[in-house]
Design a protein around this ligand. Structure first.
Ligand code: CP
Ligand code: NVA
Length: 310
C-alpha cells in the first residue's frame, strides 16, 4: 500500500519518532544526503501562498538528490476542470512523491486515493502535519523528551492547532489550548488525541482562559488569528481575539525555562508582540529551519519505507 502523510495519524507515534531521529541526523549534516533518492522527482502544488513550505521542500528535495517541480494552480489543468483523480493518475507516472497545499482536506485525500506515489499534506484548512513535525523537533531539541511537558496553544483552534493536538496525543505531552468561545478545535480531533494520551501520557485541555493555559507551560505557541482563506474575517477576528495576544506579561506566567513557538508567518502586534517573537525565549527561526530536516526525513520515510538511513 502506498504511504502518505494526510494527517499526523498517517505516521502515528512510531512514524513520528522515526521522523525525529532521521531529522536529527539530517540536521547534523545540513540536509546533504545527495545519493539517497538521486534521480527522484518531488512535485509541489500550491493552491495557497507559501514561503517556508515551498522553500523547505525544495531544499529537502535537493538534499536528497531529487528534482523539485513546483506548480501553481494557474499552471495546471486542474484549474481548468481536469479532475483531481486524473491529475493524480498522470502525476504518479512522472513523480516519486507529491506534496500539496490546498483548501479542503478531502482534496488531499482524493489525490491519495488515486495516486500510486506518496502524497504529502503541505497544509489544508484542517491540518498542517508537516508544521507539527518541525514543532515537535523544536521541543525535542530544547527539552530532550516529551514526558511531562506542558505546551500552551493560544488563539484559533485551526489547522496548526489540530496537528499539534495529534502530536500531543502520539508523543504524550500536555497541550493546553485557549481560544475565544466558538473558535475551539474540532471535537473529534480532540477526542482522538485524548484516546491516544491514555496510552502515551499527557492530555488535551481546551478552555478560554489564556492565563490558565500558560501558567507553568514549557512552551507557548500561537498562530495568526485569520488563516489563509479567512481574509474577509480579519477585522472581526482582530476584535474577538484581542485578549489572546502573546505578550511579555503573558509569557511571565509560563515556566522560567519556557520557549515561544509560532509556525510563521506572524502578524506582529496581533497574536504576538515584537518583544516576545524577538526576545530570548523565541525559537521561531530554529522551528522554521526544522521544517527542512523533518520534511527531508519524511520524503525518505514515505518513499523508501525505511526507518534508518541505509
Ligand atoms: N509555516 C508555514 O507553513 O509557512 P508558509 O505558509 O510560509 O509555508
Ligand atoms: N493557520 C495558518 C498557518 C499558516 C502557515 C493558515 O492556515 O493560514
Amino acid at each position: 500500500m502506498t504511504r502518505h502523510l494526510l494527517t499526523l495519524d498517517s505516521l502515528g507515534r512510531d512514524g513520528i519518532l522515526v521522523n525525529l531521529e532521521l531529522a536529527a541526523h539530517l540536521k547534523s549534516i545540513k540536509g546533504m544526503a545527495r545519493d539517497t533518492l538521486a534521480g527522484g522527482r518531488l512535485g509541489l502544488i500550491f493552491d495557497k501562498p507559501s514561503t517556508r513550505t515551498r522553500v523547505s521542500f525544495e531544499t529537502a528535495a535537493f538534499g536528497l538528490g531529487m528534482l523539485p517541480i513546483t506548480l501553481r494552480p494557474d499552471e495546471l489543468q486542474l484549474g481548468r476542470g481536469e479532475t483531481v483523480a486524473d491529475t493524480a493518475r498522470v502525476l504518479s507516472r512522472y513523480l516519486t512523491a507529491l506534496a500539496i497545499r490546498t483548501f479542503e482536506q478531502s482534496r488531499v485525500e482524493e489525490l491519495a486515493r488515486h495516486s500510486t506515489i506518496p502524497i504529502i499534506n503541505a497544509l489544508t484548512d484542517d491540518h498542517h502535519p508537516c508544521q507539527a513535525l518541525a514543532d515537535v523537533m523544536a521541543l525535542q531539541e530544547e527539552f530532550g523528551d516529551f514526558a511531562g511537558l506542558r505546551v500552551a496553544f493560544i488563539g484559533d483552534g485551526n489547522n496548526v492547532c489540530h496537528s499539534l493536538i495529534q502530536a500531543a496525543g502520539y508523543l504524550g505531552f500536555t497541550l493546553a489550548i485557549s481560544t475565544p468561545a466558538g473558535f475551539e478545535p474540532k471535537p473529534e480531533i480532540v477526542a482522538g488525541a485524548r484516546a491516544n494520551c491514555e496510552a502515551n501520557g499527557g492530555g488535551i485541555e481546551v478552555g478560554h482562559d489564556v492565563r490558565e493555559a500558560v501558567r507553568g507551560a514549557d512552551a507557548v505557541y500561537t498562530d495568526v488569528w485569520a488563516s489563509m482563506g479567512q481574509e474577509k474575517e480579519r477585522e472581526e477576528r482582530a476584535r474577538i481575539f484581542a485578549g489572546y495576544r502573546v505578550d511579555a506579561a503573558l509569557m511571565s506566567l509560563a515556566s522560567r525555562r519556557a520557549i515561544f513557538l509560532h509556525c510563521l508567518p506572524a502578524h506582529r502586534g496581533d497574536e504576538v508582540t515584537d518583544e516576545v517573537i524577538d526576545g530570548p525565549q523565541s525559537r521561531v527561526w530554529d522551528e522554521a529551519e526544522y521544517r527542512w530536516y523533518t520534511e527531508e526525513a519524511l520524503i525518505y520515510q514515505l518513499v523508501t519505507g525505511e526507518e534508518r538511513w541505509t
